[in-house]
Structures are given as C-alpha cells and as structure tokens.
Design a protein around this ligand. Structure first.
Ligand code: KG4
Ligand code: ZN
Length: 341
C-alpha cells in the first residue's frame, strides 16, 4: 500500500509518499519561517493562507519525484490535529477531497502519533514496548508505548512545553524566530559554569514537567547582569547555555525515572526539541550508563514533516481504519483517545 501524507498543522507544509514495501519514496517540506519572521512568531491566518498556496503544488512535486501518477496512491493521510485549526482545515479538506476524487480511503492522523512513530523510519528501528519522550513546540510528554495506539501518559508539562520555553527564552535574549535552534547555537558559545538555573520539579516524585519558570529565571538573570556586563553578548550566550543545560538535565532526570518506573530499556525521543544536539548527546550517554538504548528520528524528521504523517497513516490504513466523508480537524486532541490498531 502506498500512502500520501499531508502535514499542515502549524508553519510547515510537509508532503511525503510512504510505500509498505519500498519505504519512503519521496518527501518535501516547505517552511513558512520567512513569512512569520517579521512578526516574531507564527501568525495563524497567514499560515492557513500559505498552506492553501503550497499544498497542491508540493503534492505534484512529490508525485513527480517518486515517478508516480496519482492513480498509484492507495490512501491519503492528513494531520487532523492537534494544531492551528485553520491550518489543519486546509490539509484535511485537500486530503479528504483528493481521497474522494481518487476513490481511495483517507485517514486523519494525530500529529503527535506522527512524531512518536518517526524513529521507526530509521534503522535500526526500536521494537515495542518503549517509553517515548515527545518534546515539541506544543507538547512535552512521557508516554508508555506498548504498541501503536496503546499509549499511557506517564507525565507532561503543567505549563510551557520544552520547545515553547526555548522559543520564549530566545525572544528574551533578542534572538529571531524560530528561537529554539538559534538559542542552541548561541549556547555553544556560552560558559557552562557562569550561571546555574533550577531543574524544575526534579526534587519531588512524579513525571510531570514545568518549564515556564526557566524563562522568568532567564529574564531576571539578564536584567540583573546586563547593566554591569563588560561583554553583553557573552552574558547572553552564558544565559543561553545555563537555560539549555537546565532543560536537558531536567529531561534526562525524568526519562531515567520513567524507565525505572516502567522497567523499560528503550527510549525514543521525538518532536522538534529532539533535534537539539546537546540533548541527544547527553541523554544517549546517560541512558547508556543505565544500559538502556535511545532512538531518535533523523534531524529533518524531528521537526514537522510529511513523512511521519504518511508513515503513521499507512499503519492505520493497513489496519483497516479510515475516515468517513465528513472530516473533523481537532485543535486539541489527547493521544490516549486514539484507538489501538
Ligand atoms: O515538532 P515541531 O516542529 O512542531 C510542533 O509540533 O510544535 O517542534 C518545534 C519546536 C519549536 O519550539 C522549536 O524551537 C524547537 O522545536 N526546536 C528546537 C531545536 N530545533 C527545533 N529546540 C531546541 N533545539 C533545537 N535544535
Ligand atoms: Zn510537531
């Protein structure tokens, strides 16, 4: 079965074709970063309009790259949520209509299930069961994964998601949108010994996270240090490093705890923040010491992409699941509401 995947939940249009026998045949991404950059963040209405412009041309391009006619597509998967409702509506309306026109089944994919399954596109792919750490712009969750669709939430952020904390702290430091990767770059120049930020909620039991206090800590440190700083650029870099170290340490502490509590030996990490090099290196080393193995998507599939949607949709369509003609995008949607395969 060959599935066309359409991702339009936020500020990237991602298209891909996944084939059950041959794997990923083609994928392409159009990023709206330049469109939103002047506003310092994603403007939902502009995002929706741009998805309308880009989705169909990108589908044509990906079909061409795969050397396929539309008649070779056996199913269409589109992101049905969670995300920006207008942006979701574009992908859902186009995806559902194409499937109707081509007379093939359609499936609305949960965006976070897409992220969660992305490491399975790599070799070696992790075997089930495993613990998943999902760290994106909208979510920070630890999930006990027994199989596709069998998800038990172990813990999540009670306020900002890890990616959101990166983006807000980047803004405080005067970095351009999108802030996460920019902050990570600046942190490379920082002195790890100058400031120490707290590791929130690690001093009590449980697997929940809280990241919103870290951006306030960054703001207070900046306001306290800048007036007397001999080298303001270095001070900013030192704060970026202290912030990144605090997020990474916190995630490592909770991941170790989650593996201990579930008795699992495999951790997968996915979502935009899983592209963070310091997180990947330090988490892999820490878990290796515990004799656990860590799995990540390739860097380009950490952030939003069409491949993960085509892949997740393929699994669900193969299991016989599909959408009726009336589709329902959902801005909010819990992973635990998904049916098992
Ligand atoms: O998964 P994603 O592309 O979109 C959502 O589903 O939210 O994640 C985007 C988030 C943003 O907050 C971005 O700043 C963050 O991932 N991000 C990073 C890095 N690359 C992306 N954060 C830290 N370090 C990075 N290298
Ligand atoms: Zn995402």
């Amino acid at each position: 079965m060959r599935v066309l995947g359409i991702e339009t939940s936020c500020d990237e249009t991602g298209i891909a074709i996944y084939d059950g026998e041959r794997g990923l045949l083609a994928h392409s991404l159009y990023s709206q970063v330049a469109l939103h950059a002047p506003y310092g963040g994603v403007v939902p209405e502009l995002a929706s309009r741009d998805h309308i412009r880009k989705t169909l041309p990108l589908i044509r391009q990906v079909l061409d790259e795969a050397g396929l006619l539309a008649s070779a597509i056996d199913g269409v998967a589109f992101t049905a949520g969670p995300g920006l409702i207008g942006a979701l509506l574009v992908g859902a309306a186009l995806g559902r209509s194409l499937a109707w026109g081509w007379n093939v089944p359609a499936i609305g994919v949960h965006h976070m299930e897409g992220h969660l399954l992305a490491p399975l596109l790599e070799t070696p792919a992790p075997e089930f069961p495993f613990v998943a750490l999902l760290v994106s712009g909208g979510h920070t969750q630890l999930i006990d994964v027994q199989a596709i669709g069998r998800y038990r939430l172990l813990g999540e952020s009670v306020d900002d998601a890890a990616g959101e904390a990166f983006d807000k702290t980047a803004k405080i430091l005067g970095l351009p949108y999108p802030g996460g990767p920019e902050l990570a770059k600046l942190a490379e120049l920082g002195d790890p010994t100058r400031f120490r930020f707290p590791r929130p909620m690690t001093d009590r039991p449980g697997l929940d996270f809280s990241f919103s206090g870290l951006k306030t800590f960054a703001l207070n440190t900046l306001q306290h240090e800048l007036p007397q700083a001999a080298d303001p650029a270095q001070t900013r870099a030192d704060i970026a490093r202290a912030f990144e170290d605090a997020v990474v340490d916190t995630l490592i502490i909770k991941c170790r705890r989650a593996l201990r509590e579930t008795g699992q030996r495999r951790l997968i990490v996915a979502g935009g923040v899983s592209a963070n090099q310091r997180l990947r290196e330090r988490l892999t080393a820490a878990l290796h010491a515990d004799r656990a193995t860590t799995f990540y998507p390739r860097l380009s599939f950490c952030t939003d992409n069409g491949a993960m949607i085509a892949f997740a949709g393929w699994h669900r369509l193969m299991a016989g699941q599909s959408e009726p003609l009336q589709f329902t995008p959902r801005a909010r949607w819990q992973l635990s509401e998904l049916p098992p395969l």
